[in-house]
Design a protein around this ligand. Structure first.
Ligand code: ZN
Length: 317
């Protein structure tokens, strides 16, 4: 591994109001594993996770075990796997731990504007944020992958690279959650991206986000799977491309959201739904079952689901 930024592993994030650049709000940490293919080595892939959290506020400590020590553990694990692998990757991999994600994606925004390699040769951006728990404590076997709706090659990659036994992958469009992590600045620049997360839960941004609540076995499986995906991306002849209009709606998204909503209904103790909320969730699940039975999913149905899901997310979690 080599330094990523002019002989340093660290990249300072200047304080915006400081025109002289003398003071900074944080530092990204990155390392480069150069590719060894004569033509592909100038192309690069980013694998990343944010390293910051909420710190200590007053006398309260926010450990941030899931958000985002889990993502950082994956990053180190995958970097080690590549370093120990007998062969170099064909494309170059830049491993980045972003700082200041919690304060508005400052680290990733600065990195995208000041990249260590030629930006137009960045072929894919991968990031993981919260991959050690389960969505609302009901999706234990699942990790979600968002972003493949913008790249046919990434959609195919997710279909082809199976996760380890016991782990399932749910594909969902990133527009269901908006900009929730460091993929934002790269998606905005039309870089094919994948965002991995096991989802939000009751301990999100609380002092209870502690290491004992991390599902280490699941985190290990997710890390293995992300290693496999990254290896394919660095070694394949054809790099991911950006689909301007997006891909046709993905039935796997319906399957994933339908399963989640069914589990919400099955757990009245965890989710105390009001009568109107329960009615909305039930009718949505029925609609999704009809789509799955039919085997086609239209853009109009997706738009309706998107707004329903946003409404439910805003009122339930
Ligand atoms: Zn986070």
């Amino acid at each position: 591994m080599k330094p990523a930024f002019d002989g340093s592993y660290l990249q300072r994030i200047p304080w915006r109001a400081d025109k002289d650049g003398g003071s900074f709000v944080g530092q990204n940490v990155a390392a480069v594993l150069p590719g060894d293919d004569p033509t592909l080595a100038s192309e690069w892939i980013v694998l990343s996770a944010h390293l910051d959290h909420l710190g200590v506020q007053g006398s309260t400590v926010y450990p941030g075990a899931d958000d985002n020590a889990s993502g950082c553990a994956m990053l180190l694990e995958v970097a080690e796997c590549f370093a120990l692998r007998g062969t170099k990757p064909r494309r170059t991999i830049v491993f980045v731990a972003f700082d200041q994600e919690e304060s508005g994606l400052l680290g990733s925004t600065h990195f995208a504007a000041h990249p260590p390699m030629e930006f137009r040769k960045l072929r894919a951006f991968l990031t993981a944020d919260m991959i050690g728990r389960s969505m609302a404590d009901v999706m234990h076997e699942y990790v979600f992958a968002l972003g493949s709706e913008q790249s046919p090659e990434l959609r195919r990659l997710l279909e082809q690279v199976a996760p380890p036994d016991g782990l399932k992958v749910g594909r969902v469009g990133a527009d269901f959650i908006g900009t929730r992590s460091d993929y934002g600045p790269f998606r905005d620049r039309r870089i094919p991206f994948l965002f991995f997360s096991t989802g939000t839960h009751a301990d999100y941004h609380t002092p209870q986000d502690t290491p004992d609540r991390i599902d280490a076995d699941k985190l290990h499986k997710i890390s293995q799977w992300i290693y496999d995906l990254t290896a394919r991306l660095t070694d394949t002849d054809i790099a991911p491309t950006w689909a301007k209009e997006g891909l046709p709606p993905d039935l796997d998204e319906v399957r994933t959201i339908s399963l989640f909503l069914s589990r919400v209904l099955e757990n009245p103790v965890l989710f105390a739904l009001s009568e109107s909320q329960a009615t909305l969730v039930k009718s949505t699940v029925e609609k999704l079952r009809r789509i799955l039975d039919r085997g086609t999913y239209t853009k109009a149905e997706r738009t309706t689901l998107l707004w329903t899901a946003r409404l439910l997310m805003a009122t339930l979690f």
